[in-house]
Design a protein around this ligand. Sequence first.
Ligand SMILES: Cc1ncc(C[n+]2csc(CCOP(=O)(O)OP(=O)(O)O)c2C)c(N)n1
Length: 351
Amino acid sequence: MTHTRAGFHQLIREDGSLVDEENAQLDFRVLKELMRRMVFTRRWDERAIKLSQQGRIGYHAPVMGQEAAVIGTEAAMNRDDFIVPAYRELPSLYWHGYPMHQLFLYTLGHQHGGNVPKDVHCFVPQIIVGAQIVQAVGVGLAFKIKKEQRVAVTYIGDGGTSQGDFYEGINFAGALDAPVVVVVQNNGYAISLSRDKQTKAETLAHKAVAAGIEGVQVDGMDVAAVYDVMKTALTRARMGLGPTLIEAVNYRLMPHTLSGDDPSRYRSSAEEDEWRAKDPLIRLRILLSERGLWSHQDESEAIAAADDEIEKALELVERTPKMTQDDLINYVFETPPQDLKTQGKEYQWQR
Ligand SMILES: Cc1ncc(C[n+]2csc(CCOP(=O)(O)OP(=O)(O)O)c2C)c(N)n1
């Protein structure tokens, strides 16, 4: 019988100490790179919040607090594994090869933003909560049929696991033995609705049981643990041992989006402080600095690299020709249907 792997996987405690100092098999070169990516991503997130408020980019769903789950999962993948993201995983797409300026254009609703480069294996972010799960299983099934050793990886929030699409998706993933990993970002809230009002399930990883697939719960604020469980899940999928659902327990430190959500209306500042202390960057910074593997200079370089990349991306966004109404139709249809052509003419005429 398939059951959830017992326990809560954690390798680094929130004070930076190792859970099992004697037996921990950590690759510090990988951890240093994960640190660099998390610092870069935190900077990008902070800047994106401001850029979105200034209207220079479009929507932004803050990532702060969830970097370990976003970065740690992507870093464990092969370049040709396929990401089917929700809307809070833009950094996963970036580290998978998606150009930052196209991610910015995507948030602005520009068609070029959704024009996935040929060598980047992903779909664009899914806004419909839950819809990505069935799509990911379809992608995974295609890999299986074509006998390709690739895995489809998808992300969903805690709230999303209440959607029908989620259950349909994980059920088919199990029944068809599709090479899929479903990463549940349990950040505690679906906008204002807390996880405990969402489901009576003991853990979200338990939801894997009914689908007969592996379920694992991991400290989503511990990038080393996330990377570790993700590597195992990907290997299992590649070996034809079936899908895995990973519940990453973390916290969204910022509002849901920048469109008016006020977290102080549904959670206490004491709770926020408690989670701030669990910050994935803090614990890894302590672990690496104590071993002489992370310095102020490393930190500054990662921040400067983010600033540089953001500036270049913004420049490209500003140089990209604005979309026209014709683009909107012609990009979708080789031969636009008559009613759209008529609407197009009427629109031109009205202008
Ligand atoms: C099918 C559907 N219903 C409602 C919404 C509106 N909506 C957008 S995000 C969201 C909450 C999702 O919460 P969760 O799945 O926990 O993910 P999080 O945003 O916390 O990462 C809702 C209800 C939507 N986009 N799609």
